[in-house]
Design a protein. Structure first.
Length: 183
């Protein structure tokens, strides 16, 4: 089987990226899947199906190890929302995270290699968090969460605001570090 040029270029890019660890032995490299352009149309059916979750978990471990990544960052924007999202995405996504963690643990115990890291990008807005993310369950299985605080404000608003405020302003007390991190 011949690899397409696109895949070869991507693989070389991965090698360059993970190769940065030669300059810093403490550097951890993670592969992110998802992102804004991905939406829910493929994530939602995948997490709803136990066999497809199992396949993703198995393939993720294989791919991460073959390409010398230290872990996986999940960036589904946003479960239960957007093009094809379903209310059950919240529970199914948490189930996927649990299954990833359990298999990452097993693989590490079996091989003696360091356990793969598992992280997640989560939205800043409480409405997205409440409907799409089972925070109590997720915190049991994730190494950390990256809060998409740049989403507090955007170019779609009529006035300029700080995109990641730590503290509330009088006119905007909903979107800030203090309000959102007390989930």
């Amino acid at each position: 089987m011949r690899l397409s040029e696109h895949i070869v270029v991507r693989a070389r890019g991965y090698a360059k990226f993970t190769g940065l660890k030669t300059y810093n032995k403490n550097l951890k490299t993670l592969l992110a899947i998802g992102g804004w352009n991905e939406g829910s149309s493929r994530f939602s059916p995948m997490v709803a199906n136990p066999e497809r979750r199992k396949e993703l978990v198995k393939n993720a471990i294989k791919f991460l190890r073959q390409n010398h990544f230290d872990g996986l960052d999940l960036d589904w924007e946003y479960p239960s929302f957007r093009d094809g999202g379903k209310p059950r995405d919240r529970d199914n996504y948490a189930q996927l995270v649990q299954e990833l963690r359990e298999e990452f643990d097993r693989e590490s115990e079996k091989t003696g290699r360091p356990r793969l890291l598992l992280t997640m990008a989560v939205p800043a807005g409480i409405e997205y968090i409440n409907k799409g993310y089972d925070i109590p369950k997720l915190t049991k299985y994730l190494d950390w969460m990256n809060i998409l605080s740049y989403d507090y404000h955007s170019a779609f608003e009529p006035a300029v605001n700080h995109h990641a405020p730590l503290y509330s302003l009088e006119e905007d007390n909903e979107y800030n570090y203090d309000a959102e991190l007390n989930i």
